[in-house]
Design a protein around this ligand. Structure first.
Ligand SMILES: *Cc1c(COP(=O)(O)O)cnc(C)c1O
Length: 369
């Protein structure tokens, strides 16, 4: 029986060139900041076509620090989505602000129609997530933010190298936050993150904030945090950036093959709409399916691993229920959470494996459902 694993991470790190670079960096004993971090920041800024990129120690800290650097904290509200990874909301809470969830559209991203009604006198920012690697509707979101004088912070953790009409994610908002977590399309062998911004002032604040507030070796402007990108990880990231084009193109090709094979089962499998001009990078390949849990068990028996991103909407997590959120508040997201499944999409899949997954899904629904 064919095996289709959800991930084959060991293959990304089984790279002689990468191992050579890692050992060379180890030999320098330059572990904190230095040339590899600077080179990575320049590479990353070029990739996102933003003036500034700051290496940080996680995607979660990237969101937290971006909010703090924009002056967002206690008493402020941040509008975001309930179907992201928990860290998006966790960072808002850690900053001292209050998350205000709005429902999503059929492409799993923030539905701009729900944003304006959610704005109050305390709203300071909109925090859309480019979920699955699909850019959120930035034109509409930026228009709303502009009308109301709100900041926009992109959670681009899943969307490195995605773009809208050729304009990369990370270049739309006041700040954008990326993750270099091992599972992300651009990764390191541990935790890492990046903030991009077009603002020199914001970049400077973030530069201080990630390093205790130190302006010189011995003097601070304000007390802050330790959230630097390790130099070893920067060396890994610099290598991985050179592989990102190939990785992204293969994921896009995999998704196109799935789209065409699964497109023949419209009564059972709903493929989210693909917008023209939008480059989706498929951190995940998420479809909505009938009899989701039975399908997952069936595929598992056929050697096919799947995941659910994410089974419990954030507004229904315990601490959000304590804030008053409940079932029925965000019906689109809640329905999607019951129907979504993430199929393997990684860059080491063969076309035969994708065809096998599609065949097994077809045969599952062929059994009279
Ligand atoms: C991975 C992820 C994060 C958090 O990034 P870390 O580097 O793991 O802290 C935040 N938001 C989204 C949407 C993510 O996928």
């Amino acid at each position: 029986m064919m095996q289709v694993r959800y991930l084959e991470l060991q293959r990304r790190f089984n790279d002689t060139e990468l191992r050579k670079k890692l050992l060379a960096q180890l030999d320098t004993c330059q572990f904190i900041m230095g040339p590899e971090v600077e080179a990575f920041e320049a590479n990353f800024a070029r990739l996102c076509r933003t003036p500034f990129a700051l290496g940080l120690n996680s995607g979660t800290d990237a969101i937290f620090l971006a909010l703090r650097a924009l002056g967002i904290g206690a008493g402020d509200e941040v509008i975001t989505v309930p179907n992201s990874f928990l860290a998006t909301t966790g960072a808002i809470i850690a900053a001292g602000a209050t998350p205000v969830f709005v429902d999503v559209a059929d492409d799993y991203n923030m539905d701009p129609a729900f944003v304006e009604p959610a704005i109050t006198s305390r709203t300071k920012a909109i925090l859309p997530v480019h979920l699955t690697g699909n850019p959120a509707r930035m034109k509409e979101i930026l228009e709303i933010a502009g009308r109301h004088g709100l900041f926009v912070v992109e959670d681009a953790a899943q969307a490195i190298a995605a773009s809208i009409d050729g304009k990369p994610v990370g270049s739309f908002g006041d700040a954008a936050c990326f993750s270099l977590h091992p599972l992300k399309n651009l990764n390191v062998c541990g935790d890492g993150g990046v903030v991009t911004t077009g603002s020199a002032a914001l970049a400077e604040t973030l530069r201080l904030m990630r390093n205790h507030g130190l302006r010189t070796r011995d003097e601070i402007d304000f007390f802050a945090y330790n959230s630097r990108l390790d130099s070893l990880h920067a060396a890994v990231a610099n290598h991985m950036i050179s592989c990102l084009g190939v990785i992204t193109d293969k994921r896009i090709a995999n998704a196109a093959l799935y789209d065409s094979l699964l497109g023949t089962l419209p009564e059972f499998v709903t493929i989210p709409p693909r917008r023209p001009g939008v480059r989706q990078v498929f951190h995940t390949y998420v479809v909505r399916v009938k009899c989701r849990n039975e399908l997952i068990a069936f595929l598992n028996d056929k050697g096919i691993e799947t995941k659910i991103h994410y089974p419990v909407p954030i507004h229904l997590q315990k601490p959000c229920r304590a804030m008053g959120w409940k079932e029925g508040d965000l019906p689109v997201c809640e329905k999607q959470a019951r129907e979504i499944v993430s199929l393997p999409i990684h860059e080491y899949l063969s076309d035969d494996q994708i065809a096998y997954v599609a065949e097994q899904i077809t045969s599952f629904y062929g059994r009279d459902r």
